[in-house]
Design a protein around this ligand. Structure first.
Ligand code: ATP
Length: 359
């Protein structure tokens, strides 16, 4: 019997209600394999609401991160992956940051993967979109390195290193190879404006591409990608880019097919990965039973597939695959759609329809 331990972080806003139904879906999908695979869930919350309740925070390098503690992190340490449902930007007071960067750093997360795929009965600008955005997550313009004379001139620093770019490029080519679709990596940069920093980024992608002769590399400027995403998204496969630009383009990637309610994501380190919906805590929907659970349910499917690879567990892969098929069948049927997809079904109704389809 194989044991897999999963950290579950409901988070803020709609997080707890979505988390509950996602665990119900996972339990149903896993029930067929209960003699061979045991899933243990370690549920510990972090986030803005925890900070409001307890005032807990963790100080790292002089920066206070609200709603997290070393004891909570120690509970996650014994797990194999994390399902983190709803992160809120929150309204932390000045001097405090959110807890999520601490979790990312703890588990060596370096690549954020956001798939966009045309799904049945869901708005999509083309009928055959199937792409992934890979965003570097350790450097770029995201390091918070700023200096200058406050209220006069401030500078923010972009960092691009060979080491982090090599890791990202290898991850992107491996992904293109395993997806086995167009086997194409589009490296998105702005080397005509920052020839040294983005020049290094592109050159490392070119060097790494020589190891992947079965894949192609396309280089694209940051201003061209938003156009290509609208005009010919079906010709895109793996899009790899830097931290801040990846963040800026991620909303468009979610918007070209389906929107936030169905957009999943995975954040990968070498030995650990965190799976969560692209949406945040949607406080406007909290407690109304109308939030779409599919983004988180598809994130759970991605998690099981990754765990299956990591633990050489055909059962875990199968669970991920079954969840994906059940979601597609419910969408195809079209009877249980939440308001963001034009329907009137509740969160619970959609989850129950997915569970019924798994039976
Ligand atoms: P936060 O402060 O946590 O980032 P936010 O409201 O600014 O919250 P999101 O949580 O990403 O950002 O939500 C943006 C909007 O998208 C919400 O107002 C909501 O209407 C919609 N939305 C987000 N998640 C869902 C969902 N699961 N189902 C339906 N609509 C959603």
């Amino acid at each position: 019997m194989k044991n897999i331990r999963i950290a579950v972080v409901p988070g803020d806003g709609i997080g707890p209600e979505i988390s509950k139904v996602t665990l119900d879906v996972l339990a149903e999908a896993a029930s067929s394999f209960k003699d061979r695979l045991k899933l243990d869930f370690v549920e510990k919350n972090i986030g803005y609401e925890l900070w409001q309740e307890t005032g807990e925070y963790l100080e790292i390098n002089g920066i206070k991160h609200g709603g997290i503690s070393e004891d909570i992190l120690k509970c996650y340490d014994s797990t194999d992956a994390m399902l983190y449902v709803a992160t809120s930007g929150g309204s932390f007071p000045q001097g405090f940051l959110t807890p999520f960067p601490v979790v990312r750093r703890r588990y060596g997360i370096f690549a954020n993967v956001r798939p966009a795929k045309t799904l049945p009965n869901v708005f999509s600008i083309k009928s055959d979109i199937d792409l992934v955005l890979v965003r570097e997550q350790t450097e770029g313009l995201w390091m918070g390195k700023e200096h200058g004379v406050e209220n006069e001139v401030m500078h923010a620093q972009v960092t691009i290193s060979r080491k982090a770019t090599e890791r990202l490029a290898e991850f992107s080519f491996e992904l293109a190879r395993s997806r086995n679709r167009l086997k194409k990596v589009v490296c998105v940069h702005k080397n005509n404006v920052l020839p040294k920093a983005f020049g290094l980024f592109l050159n490392v992608f070119k060097e790494v591409s020589h190891k992947y002769v079965d894949c192609s590399l396309v280089d694209m400027h940051t201003d061209v990608l938003p156009y290509e995403l609208i005009i010919a998204p079906e010709k895109l496969d793996v899009i790899a880019t830097t931290n801040m630009y990846g963040d800026a383009i991620s909303g468009e990637v979610a918007g070209i097919c389906g929107g936030l309610g169905i957009a999943p994501s995975g954040e990968y380190g070498v030995d650990y990965a965190i799976f969560r919906p692209v949406h945040g805590s949607a406080p406007d929907l909290k407690g109304k039973d109308v939030a779409n659970p599919i983004a988180t349910i598809l994130s759970a499917a991605m998690m099981m597939e990754w765990l299956g690879d990591k633990h050489h567990s055909a059962e875990a892969c199968r669970i991920g695959n079954r969840i994906r098929q059940a979601v597609e069948s419910v969408l195809k049927d079209g009877k249980f759609m939440t308001p963001d997809l034009g329907g009137t079904a509740s969160t619970d109704m959609v989850a129950q329809a997915i569970i019924d389809s798994l039976k």
